[in-house]
Each structure stands twice: as structure tokens, then as C-alpha cells.
Write a protein that binds this ligand. Structure first.
Ligand code: DOR
Ligand code: ZN
Length: 419
């Protein structure tokens, strides 16, 4: 029997105490008397959050371990406040086979049995090639919690339709990386004023919206769910709102970077700001902020996409897409609370309860008996984003070198302290 009492934490503007017994929440109350055997933690000045869920990460194992591995990805997750992470299938070999799913889960168990939980996402097609459907039922049996084409958008609408039908039959949601491969071919940033000035081939925002519209129309026609990955554009928000207004089972996610950075971040051919979908415009940022507030976009994710320094230190056109995200996710989105765009309750909804509801994963609701997955966040702690302050193996974030505010200072999973 282990008893933990967290005292004087802040939750939704109130001072609270949290009592944890044997890895489960016992009570959350304004004031709890310490039981005789309790370990007491003073959390004055810290915000109490349920552990977050990241529905879109790239852990790179197997195959790309110089960028990240399961152990370093879990360290970044733990220090970012994530108690559960879903990892994408674009590994090498691709996670299109139960053996790969089992390998990832085994790597997580070996790396950190008490650490954040890993939920693999299976590839929709063999090798992510968009030609032949993967054996989804075996992927599900091995532990995959969703199906995705992430990183390799599917051009063939007939294949996409069959993908949605098969996944839905198994009760798995398709997470669609929406990008028309022809419109987006050979692009390296958003198509617009900045791409014109830089002389870089751009990707029009409609490349995303057209595929999102396709998914939503098919979801309606087939009466199956679909989840739109990393929404970057206002037009896509509008098409999702349209789908929702028709009762389509469409859900969507966006990331901290699409809410805070625009296309000018790539000025100077800054490869650290190169990501896919690309950073868009201030009007897109405004629409995305409104959409996460109103629920048109259901949840946040990081799209944590680690790449080694030498891979980003190349000419702009040759650099890989992606940012690491888990270390900084709450730091950046807490900034939106400071700006008055979101509330702490919105953060909990977008980072924890909606991801858990849509993907059917455990989450801490702070109700008696809930898993004691929680962390303390110091909103005033200032820190510099640098290789030695990030836990991910890679440091490819556009915030590299900047001073930021707010950090996870302690984290428990199932009542066990992991940070
Ligand atoms: O920027 C991105 N990076 N977008 C993706 O879709 C894939 C990801 C990666 O795996 O690096
Ligand atoms: Zn993607």
C-alpha cells in the first residue's frame, strides 16, 4: 500500500490537494489531511494536470535510431507531460506487420516499464505505398490502436475508400495525412508571398483541403469515422466544420506550431522551420485558434518528427520535414492560455480527454479510481531550448535557442514518479 498526497497545487484556478493510493486517484479536494503513512509533496505555485496523450508522434524505431529511439522518445514524452503516445508507422521496416508492432511494444516495455504508454498506429497499406492494404486485423490484435497513411498520403481514392471500410469494420479509425500528392509534389513550403520571394516551390493549402474533403465525403458516403491529421489551413477548418454540420463522423487534430508560427519562419532558408504540412499564414493561424476553441478541431497533437542535426543542416530543398515536439508541446500551448486564447480547461480537453475519448484510451479524470497519471507544471519556470534541455535525441525545433516559459517539473504514471 503506497499513499501519496500532493498539496497546494493549482487546478482550474483553485488550490487543490490530491490523494493517491496504490496508483489510483482516491480524492481531489480543496484540502486533504495527510494520512499517517503518506508521502507528501508540496506543489505550491504549480499547476496540476492529468497526463496528456499525444495521438501523433514519430518514434523512429525500428530503422531510424540515429534520429530517435523508443527510449529517448519516451523521455521526451515524460518530460513533456505525456502519459500516452501514439506512434506513426513510417519506420523501417514500416509498421505494416504485427511483428513490427510487437517489436515497438517490446522496446517500450524494455526501455521503461513504468514510463509513458506507447500505442502504435498501423500502416494503412503495405510499405505505406498506397497500393495494397495492410493486414489490419493482425495489426489490431498485436496492439495497434488506429490506422494511418501518415508521411505517405494516398493518391488513389479507390484504395483510400477500401482502407476506410476495412479499418471501420475492425473498429479502427483512419488518421488521414491529407495531401494531394500531385498538387504537393516537390514542394518545400507554403505556396504564397514568402515562397515567391524565396524562390522555393510552394504547396498550396488546397492540397490539404482537397484531400480532407475527399475523406469527409467518403466518411459520409460509407458512414464510417475519419480523423484528419495535423490541420494547417483555414480552408481545411472550413471543410471540417461543413462535415461536422452534416453529421459526418469526422474528427481532427492540429499542432502547437500551426497555432503559433507562420510561413515567414522559413525566411533565411531556415530548415528548422521546414515541416509538412508547411507553416501557413496569419489568417490560417487565426482560423485554427478559433477552431480549437470551438471544437471544430477536436484535439492537439505534436507530430513529433525528430531528425538529426546533420540532416537539417543542408540546402533548404534537401532538408527533411518535421519538428520535434513533445518536450515543448505544453510550454507552447500554455502560452495560448497566457495570451487569453485558451483556458486551462481547454488544454485538458484538447491534450487529454478528447484524444482519450476518440481513440478509446485510458485517461485520468481525477475521479476516484482513475489511473494516477498526472504531472505538475511550473508556468513561470524560464528555460532555454537547447540540446541539453531537450530529452528527445534530436533538437530540430524552430524554438531552438529561444528562452521559453513553463515546464513540467514532476510527473507520475500509475502513481509511480517518472520525472
Ligand atoms: O513534417 C513531417 N514529418 N510530416 C510528415 O508527414 C512526416 C514527418 C516525418 O516522419 O518526418
Ligand atoms: Zn503527417
Amino acid at each position: 500500500m503506497s499513499t501519496l498526497l500532493v498539496k497546494n497545487a493549482r487546478s482550474l484556478g483553485e488550490s487543490v490537494d490530491l490523494l493517491v493510493v496504490d496508483g489510483k486517484v482516491r480524492t481531489l479536494n480543496a484540502s486533504i489531511e495527510a494520512p499517517a503513512d503518506a508521502e507528501v509533496v508540496d506543489a505550491a505555485g504549480k499547476i496540476l494536470f492529468p497526463s496528456l496523450i499525444d495521438v501523433h508522434t514519430h518514434l523512429r524505431e525500428p530503422g531510424y535510431e540515429w534520429k530517435e529511439n523508443v527510449a529517448t522518445g519516451l523521455a521526451a514524452a515524460a518530460h513533456g507531460g505525456f502519459g500516452g503516445i501514439m506512434c506513426m508507422a513510417n519506420t523501417d521496416p514500416v509498421n505494416d506487420d504485427a511483428a513490427v508492432t510487437k517489436q515497438i511494444l517490446e522496446a517500450a516495455r524494455r526501455a521503461w516499464p513504468d514510463g509513458p504508454r506507447v500505442y502504435p498506429i498501423g500502416a494503412a497499406t503495405v510499405g505505406l505505398k498506397g497500393e495494397e492494404l495492410a493486414r489490419m486485423s493482425e495489426l489490431k490484435d498485436a496492439g495497434c490502436v488506429a490506422i494511418s497513411n501518415d508521411g505517405r498520403p494516398v493518391g488513389n481514392t479507390e484504395i483510400f475508400r477500401r482502407m476506410m471500410e476495412y479499418a471501420a469494420d475492425l473498429g479502427l479509425i483512419v488518421i488521414d495525412h491529407c495531401e494531394d500528392p500531385y498538387l504537393a509534389a516537390k514542394s518545400h513550403m507554403n505556396e504564397g508571398v514568402t515562397s515567391g520571394l524565396l524562390g522555393v516551390k510552394g504547396q498550396p493549402d488546397v492540397a490539404e483541403t482537397i484531400q480532407a474533403a475527399r475523406s469527409i465525403l467518403l466518411a459520409e458516403y460509407l458512414d464510417v469515422p475519419v480523423h484528419i491529421a495535423h490541420v494547417s489551413a483555414k480552408r481545411t477548418v472550413d471543410i471540417i466544420a461543413w462535415g461536422k454540420s452534416r453529421g459526418v463522423k469526422v474528427t481532427a487534430e492540429t499542432t502547437p506550431h500551426y497555432l503559433t508560427l507562420d510561413e515567414t519562419a522559413v525566411n533565411g532558408y531556415n530548415t528548422l522551420a521546414k515541416v509538412n504540412p508547411p507553416l501557413r499564414t496569419p489568417a490560417d493561424i487565426a482560423a485554427l485558434r478559433e477552431a480549437v476553441k470551438t471544437g471544430v478541431i477536436d484535439m492537439f497533437c505534436t507530430d513529433h518528427a525528430p531528425h538529426a542535426a546533420h540532416e537539417k543542416e543542408t540546402p533548404f530543398d534537401e532538408a527533411p520535414n518535421g519538428f520535434t515536439g513533445m518536450d515543448l508541446a505544453l510550454t507552447i500551448t500554455y502560452g495560448l492560455v497566457r495570451e487569453g486564447v485558451l483556458t486551462e480547461a481547454d488544454l485538458i480537453r484538447l491534450w487529454a480527454t478528447e484524444p482519450a475519448r476518440v481513440f478509446n484510451l485510458p485517461v485520468n479524470t481525477f475521479q476516484p479510481g482513475a489511473p494516477a497519471d498526472f504531472f505538475l507544471f511550473d508556468p513561470d519556470l524560464e528555460w532555454k531550448v537547447a540540446p541539453d534541455t531537450l530529452y528527445s535525441k534530436s533538437h530540430n525545433t524552430p524554438w531552438l535557442g529561444q528562452l521559453v516559459r513553463g515546464r513540467v517539473v514532476a510527473h507520475w504514471i500509475g502513481g509511480v514518479k517518472i520525472v
